[in-house]
Design a protein around this ligand. Structure first.
Ligand SMILES: [Zn+2]
Length: 384
């Protein structure tokens, strides 16, 4: 009961701060004395701060004290291992990102232990910078472009674009006290979008693409992972029944038409460095074969997303991750395809948009995972 009430007070201040103790009591229907005791505990645990209210011009009387979620103390660390980069982010309890780190590095095909040791070094740097800001990391989550076991914690079942198969993080992480929990990058990108979007959608599909194309489903404000954690494998939805063979063993998968390798090939470009940045640069310069290749990729993406819309009836679709940088060229054909094919329900073309977070989404989502857990259960917070 106390755990639930702590979460209620913290959640109320997070959503509506600044609030006085009396304001909080009024909003959640507990007594002023009960709220005060809960607020005191949250202050001791470093989750809330209390300060004199800034007087709002002309009001007569004693200024009150107001509660706010702390921008120091408890924080979440997010990490990401991508095919061509490593990233780290620390978010405070308000959900605000305070530390960002990103290094370009080719991780495909390298030993998992080596990549994880480098990620651990980047994590240590980010934690040191956070500590200098007065932040204390209380949980660590790692975004990976792969499937994470629903049953066995800490196991990346497969991440084909990294060349990983059954990698247990604890077997490779240098410090047993800081081993992160892995999660799928598309899921984490969707979570960041849910937290930070200007216009919140409760049910949406978040598509993130690069080497592979992943989707995450947020349904009624919750991530839908599927029975075994495989939900959202949009890249392997067939868009041409007898089309090109795919690495997954099937044929005509979306990835063969809208994955970055396919788009580069279609555009007649040779991969060097970051393929998405190269495509954006060529498209921005008006390179006709690149524009045609992106148009074709957008149509295939629209075709695959028609199935998702008809199946789950979302409020909208978000193109996130690196592909957000290609949105300018992908969105017109995605929208045209959907306008032509989604006919059994009303569908506005504005319901498809690009994520403002872009490449930062998954690593921010990884940091927010811990923040969300702490806000939902403040008894997890260590006393400061
Ligand atoms: Zn496939």
């Amino acid at each position: 009961m106390r755990r639930r009430n702590l979460a209620l007070v913290l959640g109320t201040v997070a959503a509506h701060s600044p609030l006085s103790r009396a304001d909080v009591a009024g909003r959640i229907g507990l007594t002023r004395a009960a709220v005060s005791s809960l607020a005191d505990e949250l202050i001791v645990r470093g989750a809330l701060t209390e300060a004199e209210a800034v007087s709002s011009g002309g009001r007569v009387g004693r200024p009150g004290r107001v509660l706010a979620v702390s921008d120091r103390g408890p924080a979440g660390l997010g990490l990401e291992i991508g095919v061509t980069h490593l990233a780290a982010c620390v978010a405070d309890l308000r959900g605000e990102p305070r530390v960002w780190r990103r290094v370009e590095r080719s991780n495909a095909g390298r030993p998992a232990g080596q990549v994880l040791a480098e990620a651990a070094a980047l994590a240590a740097e980010a934690e040191a910078e956070a500590a200098a800001l007065g932040l204390r990391v209380e949980g660590r989550v790692l975004a990976v472009p792969g499937v994470v076991s629903n049953e066995r914690r800490g196991l990346v079942e497969r991440a084909p674009n990294l060349g990983w198969h059954a990698v247990g993080l604890a077997d490779h992480w240098p410090d047993p006290d800081t081993v992160p929990d892995p999660d799928n990058e598309a899921n984490l990108g969707a979570l960041a979008e849910y937290w930070h979007a200007e216009r919140v959608m409760e049910t949406f599909v978040h598509v993130s693409g690069a080497a592979g194309i992943g989707a995450a489903l947020v349904i009624d404000g919750r991530l839908f992972r599927g029975a075994r954690g495989f939900a959202g494998e949009l890249g392997h939805i067939p868009v041409h029944p007898d089309g090109a063979p795919c690495a997954c063993g099937s044929r005509g998968c979306l990835e063969q038409y809208a994955g970055d390798a396919a788009v580069l090939r279609e555009a007649g470009l040779t991969r060097h460095g970051d393929p998405v940045a190269l495509l954006a640069e060529r498209a921005g310069a008006g390179h006709a074969p690149t524009l045609r290749a992106l148009d074709r990729a957008g149509r295939s993406l629209g075709l695959a997303l028609t199935a998702a819309i008809d199946l789950i009836d979302p409020d909208g679709l978000v193109i996130g991750g690196a592909y957000a940088e290609l949105a300018e060229w992908l969105l017109p054909s995605v929208r045209a395809e959907l306008a032509a094919r989604v006919t059994v329900r009303p569908w506005a073309s504005e319901a498809v948009r690009a994520s403002a977070l872009g490449r930062r989404g998954p690593v921010l989502g990884a940091a927010l995972m811990t923040v969300r857990r702490l806000v939902a259960d403040p008894t997890r917070l260590s006393s400061s």
